[in-house]
Design a protein around this ligand. Structure first.
Ligand code: GLC
Length: 728
């Protein structure tokens, strides 16, 4: 549909029909995360939006590995394939818009949603996010880049104001969104938080100024659920679509007539008075510091209707929002029948191959696995007897708590998969199960889970005895992160550290499998033979773990720095995290993650980009050639082992001294390659000109002239070759 045709379609609409397109509703079928009724009279069909980044949150669906695992794969092509499968499943279930990818930079190592994001580095984040967007779109679904912007903690996410300077926003927090928009994301979801005092759902400077005018984004800006605060400010701040615009009771219990009647008791909303007592009580009872005020936002409901009637908001302003929402429809091909009584189609729903998607989830989980340490015990031969230990080892770690949760089509636990591969397996839980938190739990749920968990078959002595009797002990540990709150420390929850130490003392051939949402402390590291990080591996968890333990070279590299303690991270200190008086000060500037560790010279436990291999790689003399945009490095890589393996060639840029302090090195480019035994290959890595630039608040992007070092590396701390190039 041309812009002109869209304009004419809008011109035919009544105000009521327009308002129905700028404020989301509950899905009458109770399956989508949010919906728009459309305008049947004009052939505009309903539009359905559905979570999430790791799988479709509607019925049973493929639970893909955490987005952090895709970051750990350092393979955008893999991220694209997963995005395509995710998009296909959303369409097959009749949904149109995927509420993903999540792409906030991992700034705080304990942020409750780190598993939903790719990395601490903006370039790796951007590459994975753009690929995910392209994948989702290739399946005929629309992609939503979220959460715009600087939503880097869950603690008080719906209230804090982020105090961040322009350079830091530009160099660190905006690049992922710019890449997602460039990749064609049809929607951008505004974050719950404020930036420099303004709510993101009404942030004229960043939404109208940067996203639309500077980047040319003409897609749809959608709020996070209940993440709106003022009608006029949201209209002027660039918001197009308020979600969900309904009460939580309506959203989560759409078919409960009693609850709907209760919810219906909201005459006060029509009168514009503050939330009635019922809603205040509901918020007091269920609300949580990390949860937005659940009172039905509806700033684009009655309030907008009244604002247009009073002239406070011009109807033309509403028209512009409707046009952008229709742009979303159009991008999905849903307006072909619009304007005619025949009505538009809800779009074809392709069928998906669940087995193929399970295999893809397994492949992605393998590729996202990082071999952190290995004294040679791995890979296993298959002849060893195993003691499988761990509170949740008999269950797949499908995902984390919150809106990204997926009900998997099937699961493979570590225990089940290892039983199929090993010659003899015993299982001991060892300690109480780690709770699988959920965002939608009432506050008392944790207590109930702890009481239930206390009656487990957990016996640490039996675990030690089983380990002593087996050739190899495999201890599966995990954290329990969720949207809506941050982890309270880097430590593994419960008594898992003590369990690992006791098992390692009983068997010096102990492998630890760490299923976490990000960095964790490892006090037992020196006492174990091997450690693999599998993040939240998704439904194929155990199958992928067995593949890796028995020889599949994982190929993962750390997308986040594993520090020895929280205090080593650049965000340590209340002012920086969780903030004081409702303000979180990004005083560390661009020195987040490895950049911060380099700045102060602190050695991490495992550096950004780290990952061992079962193969043995060597790189030869690299050459740098000027390219259209920046430089192309050609790096000879050899696999000197007698087995195939995967290498991630990383190139960091180290700038000359200049007018402002800059990180000692920043990721400029990378390439992930698979090499057969004895194979040699010249690996090309593109380092764009932007990788040499810094952002100057007056001059904009600036490349200081001088000699730049290009570091060919296996991690941010393992440089294999250095060369210089001159930038003008
Ligand atoms: C949640 C999340 C967002 C999700 C939305 C719908 O609060 O912040 O990522 O897509 O609401 O569930």
């Amino acid at each position: 549909m041309t812009d002109g045709e869209r304009d004419r379609l809008v011109a035919e609409m009544t105000l009521e029909e327009k308002l129905g397109l700028v404020r989301g509703h509950a899905d009458p079928a109770g399956r989508a995360t949010g919906a728009l009724p459309g305008v049947e009279r004009l052939g505009v069909p309903p539009l359905r939006l559905v979570d999430g980044p790791m799988g479709v949150r509607d019925g049973r669906a493929t639970a893909f590995p955490a987005t952090l695992a895709l970051g750990a794969s350092w393979d955008p092509a893999l991220a694209r394939r997963v995005g395509a499968a995710l998009g296909a499943e959303a369409r097959a279930k009749g949904h149109h818009v995927v509420l993903g990818p999540g792409l906030n930079v991992i700034r705080v190592p304990t942020c409750g949603r780190n598993f939903e994001y790719p990395s601490e580095d903006p370039r790796l984040t951007a590459a994975v996010a753009a690929a995910s967007v392209a994948g989702i779109r290739s399946a005929g679904a629309a992609a939503t880049a979220k959460h715009f912007v600087a939503n880097n903690q869950e603690r008080q996410r719906d209230g804090v104001s982020v105090v961040v300077d322009e350079r830091t926003l530009r160099e660190l927090y905006l690049p992922g969104f710019r890449a997602a928009v460039a990749a064609g994301a049809e929607a951008v979801m505004t974050a719950y938080n404020r930036v420099r005092g303004r709510w993101m759902s009404e942030h004229t400077e960043l939404v109208e100024g940067v996203l639309r005018e500077e980047w040319g984004f003409d897609g749809c800006v959608v709020s996070d659920w209940w993440g709106t605060h003022d009608t006029r400010a949201a209209v002027e701040g660039g918001l197009d679509l308020e979600m969900p615009g309904v009460s939580p009771l309506e959203l989560y219990a759409p078919r409960s007539h009693l609850l709907r009647a209760l919810v219906g008791l909201r005459p006060s909303e029509r009168a514009g008075i503050d939330p009635p007592v019922l809603w205040r009580a509901y918020d007091a009872l269920v609300g949580d510091e990390g949860q937005p005020d659940l009172y039905p936002a509806a700033y684009f409901g009655d309030r907008l209707r009244r604002a247009v009637a009073s002239g406070a908001v011009a109807e033309a302003a509403v028209d512009r929002k409707v046009e952008r929402v229709l742009g979303l429809y159009d991008a999905l091909g849903l307006l072909d029948g619009a304007g005619k009584p025949s009505g538009g189609s809800a779009g074809e729903s392709p069928t998906v191959d669940a087995d193929a998607h399970h295999d893809l989830a397994r492949e992605a989980a393998v590729r996202g696995t990082v071999l952190l340490d290995n004294d040679g015990l791995l890979p296993l031969s298959g002849a060893e007897s195993l003691a499988v230990v761990g509170p949740n080892a008999d269950a797949a770690k499908v995902g984390g708590g919150g809106s990204s949760a997926v009900t998997p089509a099937r699961t493979v636990s570590p225990l089940a998969a290892l039983r199929e591969r090993a010659s003899g397996v015993t299982f001991e839980r060892g300690v109480a199960r780690v709770a699988e938190p959920s965002l939608f739990d009432p506050p008392w749920a944790g207590t109930v889970r702890r009481l239930r968990g206390a009656t487990t078959d957990a016996d640490p002595d039996a675990a030690v005895a089983a380990a002593a009797d087996a050739d190899v002990a495999v201890v599966v540990v995990q954290d329990g992160a969720t949207e809506g709150e941050d982890r309270d420390s880097l430590a593994l929850p419960g008594d898992q550290d003590a369990l690992v130490a006791a098992v390692a003392a009983a068997n010096d051939r102990t492998v630890v499998v760490c299923r976490s949402s990000g960095p964790v402390r490892m006090p037992w590291l020196d006492d174990v033979a091997a450690v693999v990080a599998t993040w939240y591996p998704g439904q194929a968890d155990g199958a992928a773990l067995a593949d890796v333990l028995y020889g599949a070279d994982p190929g993962g590299r750390l997308p986040v720095t594993f520090g020895r303690r929280f205090a080593d991270y650049p965000v340590a200190g209340d002012r920086r995290y969780p903030g004081v008086d409702g303000h979180v000060h990004y005083d560390e500037g661009v020195f987040v993650g490895y950049r911060g560790f380099d700045r102060v010279g602190v050695d991490p436990l495992f550096p950004f980009g780290h990952g061992r291999s079962y193969a043995a790689f060597a790189c030869g003399d690299a050459s740098a050639t000027p390219a259209d945009d920046g430089w192309r490095l050609d790096v000879p890589v050899a696999n000197d082992a007698d087995r195939a393996g995967r290498e991630v060639v990383q190139v960091y840029v180290s700038p000359p001294d200049g007018p402002v302090e800059r990180p000692a090195r920043t990721l400029g480019g990378f390439a992930s390659v698979e090499l057969a035994a004895g194979e040699r290959e010249r690996v090309s890595v593109s380092v764009p000109r932007r990788a040499f630039a810094r952002y100057d608040s007056r001059e904009g992007w600036t490349v200081d002239p001088g000699e730049y070092d290009l570091l060919v590396a296996r991690s941010s701390r393992d440089v294999r070759e250095r060369m210089s190039v001159t930038a003008e």
